[in-house]
Every structure is written in structure tokens, then in C-alpha cells.
Design a protein around this ligand. Sequence first.
Ligand code: SF4
Ligand code: MG
Length: 342
Amino acid sequence: VEVHFEKDQGLFDFFEEPDVVKAVDGISIDIEENDVLALVGESGCGKSTLGKTTIGLQRPTGGTVRYRGQDIWAAKDQTGEIDIPFSEIRSSLQIIHQDPGSSLNPNQRIVDILAQPIKQTHPDIGLSERRERIYSLLERVGMNPAADFADRYPHQLSGGEQQRVALSRALLMNPDLILADEAISALDVSLRVEMMDLMLDLQADFDTSFVFISHDLSNARYFAEHGDGRIGVMYLGEIVEVGPAERLIEDPGHPYTNVLRWATPDLALHATGATEPPMRRIDIPDPVNPPSGCRFHTRCPEAREACRESCPTMDGERGAHRTACFRTQPDHEYWDSAPLDD
Ligand code: SF4
Ligand code: MG
């Protein structure tokens, strides 16, 4: 899947009357086959919007989202030459929500919930084979023995079990990509690592890509590191840094990534004797009226005059990762400009 939005090009907007919020701006990202990408950022930074747009659940007002080269919304609108029908795109790009309870029909037993996608995609499969498939998948996601769970209703399952059912349902479509949108955030802390390990196992077994959204850097890091993938850091609707998980955490190029690092207790940066970079302000700016220049300049510990005037693009490089910060561009006028003092 390729997602491309030019800066200030309409892009895709949230309509929050009476203002229009550009939830995601100037983003260009490719998700390859068998790829793992963890998107991290504070709530309201546009992670979910980017995720939902990537899988064709939310229509962008500009820019393009392509699946295997096919423009998703051209397929939906049936405009131009269509190589892949929208229905096929829809089933190839799946989602697991934060609250699985709300996405499972409360009046259906688990076995019936899971029978639906099979009936839809393989109407020729008979009842007994369908049951067999459902049971083996339930066992694969850790619901053992499946017979104990298959005839229950969603409310008779724990949050973790509901999430396993949601995962099974997504896998039944043989997806190319699963978007896990804060999929472990509502679970008990003790279950989170187990669920991430399960998703990563399934990612490898089923040859699917994962976009894992979390507001928590330690979870994003766990997922991306164990899945040998990338982390994308978002701030106020933009991806400000993206790169291989381990390198990005060890040596971030963007000051915001560094701020997130310091706010992550697992990384124990305070124990290293280093000093935490002081943020200029704590409050997150209004996304309806994002700051001029670099959107992070009102809070950035490293901000200079140049950051208020012009806007960094993802041209900066720090080893293997791409960064939208002037500090990663050695020749930028940033280096000659004065620190911001307001
Ligand atoms: Fe901070 Fe300037 Fe870099 Fe933006 S461009 S992150 S304000 S140093
Ligand atoms: Mg969200």
C-alpha cells in the first residue's frame, strides 16, 4: 500500500465543525508485503486517521492511496481503468479496533460471527469444513479448546478473548494488511505482550503486513523491534520521523522522538545520568490552527528562529531513518539562526 499526500494539498481532513482539521498532512509512506510499521504519537496526532485512510476506511479529500498500484478510491467510485475491484481491496485490508466488544455482533455466537466472512468469500464451503476452519483458527489464536468458546456470545468472553476473535475474523479474509488500532490499549497490562507476540506470530505465519498504532512508545517499540519493522512517529498530523525500530530509539534524529523517549519509563534514560531536554511548552497546540513553520517549534527544546518560518520536510537523514527536522540537515540556515526566546 502506498499513501501519498502533498503538503497543504487538501489532503485529508477531519470535519470538526465549524473548523477543518487537517488530520494528516504531507505524508508519503509505503507499506511493503510482510511489513511491520508501528505508528506512535500523542492522542489526536492523526494516527487513526492515517491508519483508516491507508486501509480504505476513510476517504481522503486529496492525495492518493494505492493498493498494489490501484487507486483505492478510483476503485470505489469505479472511475478509470480498474485492475482490482474495491470489494477485493476491502477484504485484503483489515482492522482490529481498540474495543473488540463493539465490533462483534452481541447477538451472534462466535462460530456464527466467524462463519460470515467464509460464507462471503467461499460460498462453496460446506458446514462441516467451515466449522473445522473456524475451530482450527480459534485454537491458533490461543482459544483452546475451540469447542469451549465457539458457542458463546461475545459478552461471555474476556476482553483478551474478544480481541482474539477479532483477529481470527480479520485472518479469515486472508488479508495483506491488518491495522491494529490501539488494539492492546484496553487490555490488562499483563496480557499486552502476549497479544503482541501472538500478532507477530500470525504476521509471519499468514504472510500479512501489520500497521500497529499505539500512543505508547514502549509498546510501539516492542512490536516494531520484534517484528523487525519500522517505527513512524507522528506529531500534529505529520509523520516527523520514520526508520528501523532499534536505530530510531537508540539514536533519534527528531527532537520529538527524543521527548517521547524520555517519557517512556522502560527506556530508563534518567538512570543514564543524561539530562532530559526541557520542552519549551507542555500544551499541545490546537490542530485546527497548527503552528507556522515546524509544527513542533512551540514545544521543541532545540527550536530556533528558522523553525518558526519554514517547514522541514522528510529530507533529513540520520543513518537509516528519515527525519523532518532541520537539525539533520548540516547546511540548513537553522544552524545560523538564533534560539527562540518566547
Ligand atoms: Fe525542533 Fe526546529 Fe527540528 Fe522542528 S525543525 S523539530 S522546531 S529543531
Ligand atoms: Mg486513535
